[in-house]
Design a protein around this ligand. Structure first.
Ligand code: KIV
Ligand code: ZN
Length: 388
């Protein structure tokens, strides 16, 4: 039987921290609703204590989302936890996510605290948060550069204090798949009470290994995987949701795990995020890049015509792309454009169609080919809602 794995999306918190990716309130709500359609388990909606705007967006998302857990980040400080709770308390399934750094370099230079002080604070703040909320995630920031004995001792204490999820982040994207596998295994084996909580992993992509590290951790027993759409996030970004989910699905034979993400919503989620932030994904990006399902060479095309599985390990339909990707260009007429929109699931009024067609023509003048992703981006602005 495949093991159930939870997907924790932090596009609206860690993702939003990446340069050029900030979003306003209505954009965040739109994105949160799309994440709900994507069926992630947890939406980390923001860092409520960071600013008035963040507080407002976390509380609006909490009120507007019913199918996913909604979390707010909080440092291990009473004031942050108060803000976090105030913001998420309207959610059907609220979570407070509190963190403190545990690596020698962070404790010495950033926190100026000893191991004992960090441990005491972590326990005190988990207990404090627990008075408000049943579901408490605790993160040991920079866990992969922390002393594993200290980490295990601290995790044991925060479980006793009431944490329901323990997150072991690779904050600076430093670890490797083998090393991370061993760390997660060691924590699983040595921390009393660990089987009562979810083990979460959160990887950054500084060395390009965030997804590989996440998958290695899943094999070692992690039950919650943290990630962002398109892999946006601090510096080189976070582990990309679409890559993790499609790897689990395509290689079920190895992972023997399943999550409840609706993969046919992947493309829409990616396009919406790009349309909102203006940050495009590179054409060769796995799963969501414009070329991810394009076959150019004659040999490949020939193989595909005989039997798709020669060069296709997953179908375009499985991520929400239409198989027949008719390429539209500046010579295409309104009829072809309208037809394509219908195939993509958009029903526009005559007036909306006229505006969209004008935008399409302007874009087609600048671009040789207009892909479905470009059309999504044209449609998904203030005037139109994404179809279900
Ligand atoms: O990268 C990190 O350590 C984080 C934590 C706050 C979870 O984003
Ligand atoms: Zn992070």
């Amino acid at each position: 039987m495949a093991k159930r794995i939870k997907i924790f999306d932090t596009t609206l918190r860690d993702g939003e921290q990446s340069p050029g990716c900030s979003m306003n309130l209505s954009e965040k709500i739109k994105m949160a609703k799309q994440l709900e359609r994507l069926k992630v388990d947890v939406i980390e909606a923001g860092f409520a204590a960071a600013s008035k705007g963040d507080f407002e967006s976390v509380s609006q998302i909490a009120k507007n989302i019913s199918e996913c857990r909604v979390a707010s980040l909080a440092r291990a400080l009473k004031k942050d936890i108060d803000f976090a709770w105030d913001a998420v308390k309207g959610a059907k399934h609220p979570r407070i996510h509190t963190f403190i750094a545990t690596s020698p370099v962070h404790m010495k230079y950033k926190l100026r605290m000893s191991e004992e002080q960090v441990l005491e604070r972590a326990v005190e703040m988990v207990k404090y948060a627990k008075r408000y909320c049943e579901d408490i995630e605790f993160s040991a920031e920079d866990a992969t550069r922390s002393d594993v004995k200290f980490l295990s001792r601290l995790f044991e204490e925060v479980i006793k204090a009431g944490a329901t999820v323990l997150n072991i982040p690779d904050t600076v994207g430093y670890t490797t798949p083998d090393e991370y596998y061993r760390l997660i295994s060691s924590i699983r084996e040595n921390v009393n009470g660990i089987d009562r909580v979810d083990i979460s992993v959160h990887c950054h992509d500084d060395l390009g290994m965030a997804v590989a590290n996440t998958l290695a951790a899943a094999r070692a027993g992690a039950t919650q995987l943290e990630c962002t759409v398109n892999g946006i996030g601090e510096r080189a970004g976070n582990a990309a949701l679409e890559e993790i989910v499609m790897a689990l699905q395509t290689r079920k034979d190895i992972f023997e795990m399943e999550c409840k993400v609706d993969t046919t919503q992947i493309m829409k989620s990616s396009s919406l995020l790009s349309a909102i932030t203006g940050v495009k994904v590179q054409p060769n990006k796995a799963i969501v890049g414009a070329n991810a399902f394009a076959h150019e060479s004659g040999i490949h095309q020939h193989g595909m015509l005989q039997e798709k599985s020669t060069y296709e390990i997953m179908t375009p339909e499985s991520v929400g792309l239409k198989e027949n990707m008719m390429v539209l260009g500046k010579h295409s007429g309104r009829h072809a454009f309208e037809n394509r929109l219908k195939e993509m699931g958009y029903e526009l009024s005559a007036e909306e169609l006229q505006t969209a067609f004008e935008k399409f023509k302007a874009l087609a003048d600048k671009k040789k080919t207009v892909y479905d992703k470009d059309i999504e981006a044209l449609i998904v602005d203030n005037a139109y809602e994404i179809p279900n």
